[in-house]
Every structure is written in C-alpha cells, then in structure tokens.
Design a binder for this molecule. Structure first.
Ligand code: GDP
Length: 397
C-alpha cells in the first residue's frame, strides 16, 4: 500500500477521535507563499501520490487559477501527522488569498478553528495580512505565525544573523499589534504569538524547511546551524534536518484547538440560536450523537458527480442515505447520495462522518455557500457573515 493510501486509512480512524482533529486555514497577503506552503505541507505529510508531489499544486486544481497564481477554490485537504507518539488528523481548508474573494475567505474562516498566518520575511506585514487576520479573529479563529521566504533574507538581501533577528522581531511585533487590536478581550493575552512557546515558526515553504524554538530544543539544532546551512546554499540538507511539514504541523497540533475545545467558545459567537435547545447543546459540545448542525462553506463542481457541498459539521453524525433539511428550503428533505472526505482533488467516500470534521456531500442540490444544514427543519441559520475588505479610502473633493 502506498503512503497516501495508508494515510487515508489512518485518517478514517482518527476522524472519530475529536481531540485528535484540527481544522485549520492558511491566510496571507497575496504572494507571501500560502499556496506553496499548503502544497508542501500536503506533500510532506504524504497525502499526495509520489509522482504528483512537487509537480502539481494539489489545492490549485483549477487550471485557470493556476495560470493566474491566485487560489479561487476553497477545497479541503486532510493530512495525518504524528506528534509525541499520537496520530492527528489535520483538515486544511484552502482559503483564497486575493481580496476580491473576501466572501470565500470568510466562509472558510467560519469552518476552521485555527489559522496559520503567513508573512513574507522580505515584505513584512501588508494590508491583506491585516484584512485576513482581522477576519479570522472576528470568527474566534486562533492564529499562529509562519514567517516565510527566510532564504531570501540571506540569498538576496545578504543580511547577517542580527539583522535577520531584528526583521523577525519587527514582523512579530506588528502581527501582535493586530492580534491585540482584533482579538476578543478574553483571548487577548493567550492568543499573542511568541517565539519562545513555538506559536511562531520561520522557514522557507519553497525550499521545504522550517524552524521553531520547541523544535530547536527537541533536536539540538541551533539558529546558527540554520544560518550556516543557508550561507553555504545547503537548503536540501536543511530540509532533511528540519522538514517544513514537521515543524509547522507540530505547531498546529500543539497550539491550535481541537473542534470540541473551539466550539465551546465559537458557537455562541457564530450561531445566534438558543444554546439550550438540543441543537445548541450538541454544537457547543461537538456531540456526534446530537442533531446534525452543519454550515456549507463551498460548492465544488465535480465533472462527473456535479455539485459537491463542502462544509463544517458542528454536531451529529452524517451517514450515506440520511435525509437532511437546508434552512430556507422549507420542509423539503435532501438525501445524502455520497459522503466523502476531501484529500486535495480526491474525494474519498466514507459511510459515516462525525461532528468536528469537514464532509463533502453529494445530494444537497439546493445548498449554496453559507447554507445551514440540519436533521431538524427550520433551525436558526448561522449568522449572516460579514466580511472585511481593505479599509475604504475617502477622498475629499
Ligand atoms: P500565494 O499567493 O500566497 O499563494 O503565494 P505562492 O505560494 O503562489 O508564492 C508566491 C511566489 O513566491 C511564488 O513564485 C513562489 O515560488 C514564491 N515562494 C513561496 N515561498 C517561497 C520561499 O520560501 N522562498 C522563496 N524564495 N520563494 C518563495
């Protein structure tokens, strides 16, 4: 069995174990490396067939999108990663990086509990960094920081160790300023990113290496070692010693919440229904035994199967053949014809999926991005989503 197939089998097991799931997105200013990071994480975690790894951008399956280098489709990809002896399932939702697709960023944010904020070490914090980070924080999505393109600081800008540190410090300070500005009061301190605790990692998504303080402590690799490798142009060796996916996925598992932990504080914010109803209680507890509560975040077109609805299952368990209601469609029932999890462009059919996961469903043909789906008719829909775009500049005439 190939590594990918093996990982798909593992993913099927872990998806029943809520504490071992993380639903995350990657957010960044355009060109800061979101697509490269997504692709190399998925390849590194072994979720791509060998021949595709490095050749094809898994999440960018739309050709037009590839040509433009802008990620339009919000698809999901699941990865399996081992951390401290346990295997975890990381569902990565691809979030559009371009401000024109702000609505899609918002939807993807609603479906995740954590975000990797990518900032290019050369450009630093840019306007869209603020837009997407603000969006994440409004949805109570916890951030971690990845400072990308560190290779360029040495190869192009020829900075020395101290100058590099100063640059990192400036970026971290600016990101924390934004976190302080937009984070709800109760999480302000907890959600700051810090080098020492490993909520910040540095690296090169393109050259496939990364570094963080916890990883340096664990392995004995020092920042000086990293610097020396880079100066000698040995990024391949570095990628072997400090593989990107390991450092970044360790950071995700250690610091971003599991669905149950997150839903306890996110549901009251993103769903305005009565928390004391069976649906409210089930969603707050991420209970697989409760009624189905799901929000569709994206409709993906499949050339053979037609429309596939992808979203976050907040409560209940989905089964093939089950009938569901779409809020706004009255008492009409929609049967789940096929249920799957998404691994890049592949949909892997499953018989059941529990709360906390990101299912892909064929059969909900009237669903649109933003629809609320439940096993109960007429439930309170998820709050209409607000999305933030670039600050409006008013010109006095
Ligand atoms: P996105 O718009 O945020 O998805 O950015 P992309 O992943 O498409 O990257 C934008 C450009 O930066 C591409 O040409 C990448 O090859 C390049 N790039 C991404 N990561 C790195 C990196 O770590 N180092 C260098 N030198 N280039 C990178």
């Amino acid at each position: 069995m190939g590594r990918k197939e093996d990982n798909i089998k593992k993913a099927m097991k872990i998806m029943r174990n809520i504490e071992y799931i993380r639903n995350i997105g990657i957010v960044a200013h355009i060109d800061h490396g979101k697509t490269t990071l997504s692709d190399n994480l998925i390849a590194g975690a072994g979720m791509m067939s060998e021949e595709l790894a490095g050749k094809q951008l898994v999440l960018d399956f739309d050709e037009q999108e590839q040509a433009r280098g802008i990620t339009i489709n919000t698809a999901a990809a699941s990865m399996v990663h081992e951390y401290e002896g346990n295997e975890y399932l990381i569902n990565l939702l691809d979030t559009p990086g371009h401000v024109d697709f702000g609505g899609d960023v918002t939807r993807a944010m609603r479906a995740v509990d954590g975000a990797i904020v990518v900032v290019c070490a050369v450009e630093g914090v840019m306007p869209q960094t603020e837009t997407v980070l603000r969006q994440a924080l409004k949805e109570r999505v916890r951030p971690v920081l990845f400072i990308n393109k560190v290779d360029r600081l040495i190869n192009e800008l020829k900075l020395d160790g101290q100058q590099m540190m100063a640059r990192f410090e400036k970026i971290i300070k600016e990101v924390n300023k934004l976190i302080r500005r937009y984070t709800p009061e109760e999480f302000k301190d907890k959600w700051m990113v810090r080098v020492e605790d490993g909520t910040v990692a540095f690296g090169s998504a393109y050259h496939n290496w990364a570094i963080s303080v916890p990883f340096m402590k664990k392995t004995g690799i020092s920042f000086k070692d990293v610097f020396e490798h880079l100066e000698k142009g040995e990024s391949k060796e570095l990628a072997k010693k400090a593989p990107l996916h390991r450092i970044v996925l360790d950071m995700v598992i250690q610091h971003l919440p599991n669905p149950r932990e997150a839903q306890a504080y996110r549901i009251p914010k993103i769903w305005k229904g009565d928390i004391n109803t069976p649906l409210g209680q089930a969603m707050i507890k991420c209970d697989p035994k409760g009624p189905v509560g799901m929000m569709i975040t994206k409709i993906v077109m499949d050339p053979h199967a037609g429309e596939v609805a992808v979203g976050r299952l907040f409560s209940g368990t989905l089964r093939r053949g089950q009938e569901l209601y779409i809020v706004g469609m009255g008492n009409r029932k929609y049967r789940i014809q096929q249920l799957s999890m998404m691994v890049g462009p592949d949909r892997i059919p499953v018989d059941e999926l529990d709360a906390g996961n990101i299912p892909a469903i064929i059969g909900l043909k009237d669903a649109i991005a933003g629809s609320t789906v439940s096993s109960i008719p007429d439930v309170e829909p998820f709050e209409p989503m607000k999305h933030y775009s670039e600050p409006v500049v008013t010109v006095a005439i």
